[in-house]
Design a protein around this ligand. Sequence first.
Ligand code: ZN
Ligand code: ZN
Length: 286
Amino acid sequence: MPSRADFHNHSTASDGRLTPTQLVDLAARNGVRIFALTDHDSTEGLAEARAAAARHPGFTLVPGVELSTDIEGSEVHVLGYLPRPDDPELQAALKRFRDGRFERGRLMVEKLAALGKPISWERVKEIAGEASIGRPHVALAMVEAGHVANTTEAFDLYIGRNGPAYVEREKMTPVEAVQTLRRFGATPVLAHPTFITDAEAVLRELVPAGLAGMEVYYKAYDADTVASLRAMAKRHGVLPLGGSDYHGLDRPDEREPGMMDVPLPDEAVREFLEKHLTWLRTAAPT
Ligand SMILES: [Zn+2]
Ligand SMILES: [Zn+2]
């Protein structure tokens, strides 16, 4: 059964393959009624998503963003739901993030050339289009150039965290990301906690900084994973949330909007809307 709400999705405004319109249409077709667009460091897809959402009766768009931060040994991603996405100061902060990403992409292309796996920087930019350049764009360029069979292999062999062409990005700590989001009235939620080596320690730091929730119902998480993450959220006093993190890429764990293996319960959605997204104009799910 699909989830009524999906709080994590990527469009062509960052590293997703579908335009905001295609994404909203797909979500609506899947039965999603509350849909967050959470592109990396960018809110550029929101205007188009909003227009698309207006064509679906009873469909609510939640403006969002996903910030990537680093700690020793793992990346920590923080989702933010934005009451005022057009705030010029917020936009300036996001632009600083995107510029860091651009530089990082260029450095990865240089490293790949040095490893005898040249790809065209122009092509990477072309694949990214209007989006901020991310590793999935580099991975697709590598597939095109015939260096790897698919994007999973590109990550596994070259640009994954421990790969020889990996480049660290400009550092922002998870606490800084949560504080930055709070400064703009946004609601911070910890993304895909199983990617984090010590999620408990991260939560102990982030909750006092203002973390509101964490992803529990995510993509292909199974029932056992969901149960243990639910318990973790409860221990730390944050709400259990989730989403598909849909990118439209050729990865086996990809799930379409609203199609998480364990659906996000309506009561979790309702509690989140009532406690944290009071600014959102929507009817709570019944
Ligand atoms: Zn993420
Ligand atoms: Zn994501």
